[in-house]
Ligand binder design. Structure first.
Ligand code: SAM
Length: 231
């Protein structure tokens, strides 16, 4: 497939499964037309089979402009949201990245081809197990899926050059900033369960630079540094 991004051609490699045309439309109209410009992100999303990460009954809708249910009351995020969050990490390829909220494993697969190593934490064991085996099956060998409370991060494996939280937090957790390398980026939706702002937080020598990116709605981050289970 050939895309035109900011006047330049982006040639993606083998892209021939039965959803290739849907995926092309998704990248062209949902991502490029809305301003996603990181070519590595666009290439990853034009190649990774999102339909494999959703339940069979939703495969036909895998490339639509919306989140979809994945079980346990959770969702795989809208493609545009995956793209903008990944773009905000500004990955070059040699990073160690932490994802909080594995869900289906789709975001982890994207990170897998954009970074050197990915740790991904999921609190629902059935989702974590399914994602772990799917990622292995599809050959994303540099992803480690861990069952647990990701709101506390993964201090033993820190520092990370990127941390992405795919559930909504009541605050920007200081413990996650502590686990970032200098120059590293935290991407996190912060607000209440009904509406949040997506923030990009860059750790500097002296503190942090924080930028609001867009308004969004994510499922809650449940855990010690997030929301209590009963809501
Ligand atoms: N990134 C996922 C994907 O690509 O499918 C979508 C994530 S879904 C929007 C948010 C996920 O965060 C859910 O699977 C939920 O169970 C998980 N979650 C919520 N709180 C968590 C916590 N404290 N630790 C780990 N996972 C958590």
């Amino acid at each position: 497939m050939i895309y035109i991004v900011e006047g330049r051609l982006l040639d993606t490699s083998e892209n021939t499964d039965k959803y290739a045309a849907d995926r092309f439309q998704m990248v062209q109209y949902q991502l490029i037309h809305r301003g996603i410009h990181d070519k590595r992100v666009l290439k990853a999303m034009s190649e990774i089979p999102r339909h494999r990460f959703v339940p069979d009954m939703y495969q036909h809708a895998a490339y639509e402009d919306s989140p979809l249910p994945i079980g346990e009351g959770q969702t795989i995020s809208q493609p545009y949201m995956v793209a903008i969050m990944t773009q905000c990490l500004e990955l070059k390829g040699d990073e160690k990245v932490l994802e909080i909220g594995t869900g289906s494993g789709y975001q982890a697969a994207i990170l897998s081809v954009l970074a050197a190593h990915v740790y991904s934490i999921e609190r629902h064991e059935p989702l974590a197990t399914k994602a772990k085996y799917l990622l292995k099956d599809l050959g994303y060998g540099n992803v480690e899926v861990i069952v647990g409370d990701g709101s506390v991060g993964l201090p033993d494996h820190s520092p990370f050059q990127g941390i992405i939280v795919t559930a909504c937090s009541p605050k920007i957790p200081q413990n996650l900033i502590d686990q970032l390398a200098i120059g590293g980026r935290l991407v996190i939706p912060v607000g209440n369960p009904f509406g949040q702002t997506l923030f990009q937080v860059v750790k500097t020598e002296t503190g942090t630079d924080t930028k609001g990116i867009l308004e969004c709605v994510f499922v809650p981050l449940i855990g010690k540094e997030g929301w209590r289970e009963e809501g």
